[in-house]
Design a protein around this ligand. Structure first.
Ligand SMILES: *[C@@H]1O[C@H](CO)[C@@H](O)[C@H](O)[C@H]1NC(C)=O
Ligand SMILES: *[C@@H]1O[C@H](CO)[C@@H](O)[C@H](O)[C@H]1NC(C)=O
Ligand SMILES: *[C@@H]1O[C@H](CO)[C@@H](O)[C@H](O)[C@H]1NC(C)=O
Length: 499
């Protein structure tokens, strides 16, 4: 009797407990949904910037974008690369070398996949690349997708959609040109065949052998034989004189990474880019889009020939860590944390900023002082702007970049709060390194006004530089549809409201 009673009490208790859990879960979900909706409303309110109507003399901003382009073949990463049956041992030390064979390809993929880090690598073995292509086109032919690719065309299309007048420098086949909106002014000759990039996409939590991806991302492989020479630079030269853009975007330099050039050729090509940057008048702002680099020598060339001549740099969490490592320790970083804390990212940005501004201060002939940095991560967007510089609307730019991130990854213009989640906490610290800007502040994210902006200053040599930082939370897409091209769309949409 007593034992029966006991059982019935237990049953009642567990039913009650389960009910409570369901109610709690529902309340929690509702609360989350409410937060996401408020933040979304706040971001949308900031997104559109009043530029003045035609009567107020408003002209479309002019943007020139270089260099290069390709055809992207999007494929399911874990279906294309089978996990080696013999369970090979992965050699982590060799990661940062070129991909010369299947083994190195697998080593590299495992490393970036495990870290959820976006990366772009050159495969020097033409036959290996062809084999991968053939496999995608035959075995996976029902799930692959061809699109227009390359940083310059992607950013160009985004600028056009945001109402800019766009000049794009790239060499393309007739076939690929059909994918480019006709409103974009194109310079560059017609080529027979385009370079192909294979975009190996994977989702959050996808597994491959013993590895699980911590976030959705992609591993890009290519075997480019045209893009590394940046021939679009010459095509852009005269066109720039007539076009007189407000903004020149320099991108696609990563196509030179681990490519085998004849001695001196790469140096000469980068010098050409530098000359093009120097030739621009000061009212043409210059932006450099960073990318995934593994070759130290190429980063040294960029440090010498590109960074001193740009006003602005755009990059993701991996790229800012890599750039900081190069500038401070003269080495390259392999994949780092795919979801770094805000304080950590801000410190990296400050270090890079101080470093680049110091070299500007010591020798500024023909150089430009860095006045803008944009770092995009999965959970948030950060834009740093030097006060008194030519960049406007920083808060709006951060909001717009955050919205673009969601729209692109979810492949949907309309943001549904149920398809979004917040990864960023309700507040964040501004630094973990008191040496740079002193004691940390704690910044709370206001749901109704979700982009947090504040001012700071640093001393570089004897000059005090004041700057503003804005951080916008990203409404992270729950079910990622595409990650390739996200950085290009995000960077371009942030830039377009600031010029
Ligand atoms: C790739 O295919 C696997 C099934 O083999 C699927 O579970 C996964 O979601 C796919 N990934 C992407 C990015 O489509
Ligand atoms: C940017 O700000 C300056 C000064 O604050 C102003 O004169 C200029 O019109 C602004 N430009 C845009 C595009 O909003
Ligand atoms: C990003 O750019 C690509 C190529 O231009 C385009 O297909 C995609 O829709 C863009 N994303 C958004 C959110 O517009």
């Amino acid at each position: 009797m007593t034992s029966l009673k006991c059982i019935s009490v237990m049953t009642t208790c567990s039913v009650f407990g389960a009910l409570l859990a369901i109610i709690f879960q529902a309340l929690w979900t509702l609360n989350q949904l409410n937060t996401v909706t408020l933040i979304l409303t706040g971001l949308l309110a900031l997104e559109n910037v009043h530029r003045g109507g035609i009567n107020e003399g408003y002209e479309k901003p002019k943007v020139a974008v270089g260099y290069g382009g390709c055809a992207d073949l999007v494929v399911n990463a874990t279906q294309l690369l089978s996990y080696p049956e013999d369970g090979v041992s992965f050699e982590k030390d060799e990661l940062l070398s070129e991909i010369t064979d299947e083994k190195k390809l697998i080593d590299n993929f495992a490393h970036y996949f495990e870290n959820g880090a976006a990366s772009e690598r050159f495969i020097s073995d033409d036959k290996l690349f062809k084999r991968l292509l053939t496999k995608a086109k035959t075995k996976l032919k029902d799930s692959i997708r061809w699109t227009l690719g390359g940083n310059a065309p992607m950013m160009g299309v985004r600028f056009l959609k945001e109402g800019a007048d766009v000049l794009l420098a790239t060499r393309m086949s007739e076939k690929l040109r059909k994918h480019l909106p006709t409103e974009i002014q194109l310079v560059g000759d017609v080529i027979d065949e385009d370079d192909i990039h294979m975009i190996l996409e994977y989702k959050t939590g996808e597994t491959w052998g013993p590895f699980t991806a911590p976030r959705a991302n992609r591993f890009i492989v290519h075997n480019d034989h045209r893009n590394p020479f940046l021939q679009a630079v010459e095509w852009l030269e005269d066109a720039l004189k007539n076009f007189q853009p407000r903004l020149l975007v320099v991108s696609g330099i990563q196509m030179m990474d681990t490519f085998k050039f004849e001695p001196g050729v790469r140096e000469a090509r980068i010098e050409k880019v530098k000359e093009q940057m120097i030739a621009q008048p000061r009212n043409t702002l210059i932006h450099f889009e960073m990318a995934s680099y593994v070759e130290k020598d190429l980063l040294s060339l960029i440090e010498k020939n590109i960074l001193p001549y740009t006003d602005s740099i755009g990059m993701n969490e991996q790229e800012v860590a890599n750039l900081n490592r190069k500038l401070s320790k003269d080495t390259v970083a392999s994949a780092t944390d795919s979801n770094p804390r805000v304080a950590h990212t801000l410190d990296l940005m400050r270090e890079v900023f101080v470093n680049l501004r110091s070299s500007y201060a010591s020798n500024s002939k023909n150089k430009r002082p860095l006045t803008r940095m944009h770092v995009h991560t999965l959970a948030y967007q950060v834009i740093l702007i030097v006060k008194g510089s030519q960049w406007n609307n920083t808060k709006n730019a951060a909001a717009k970049a955050a919205l673009t991130a969601h729209r692109h990854v979810c492949a949907n213009e309309v943001i549904n709060p149920e398809s979004a989640m917040l990864i960023l906490d309700s507040s964040f610290a501004t630094t973990v390194n008191e040496l740079i800007v002193g004691k940390p502040q704690r910044i709370k994210i206001e749901q109704k006004d979700p982009v947090s902006c504040w001012s700071e200053s640093v001393k570089v040599q004897s000059q005090i530089i004041e700057y503003e930082i804005c951080v916008a939370p990203v409404l992270v897409c729950r079910d990622a549809k595409q990650t390739a091209g996200a950085g290009d769309n995000i960077s371009a949409s942030g830039l377009v409201v600031q010029i």
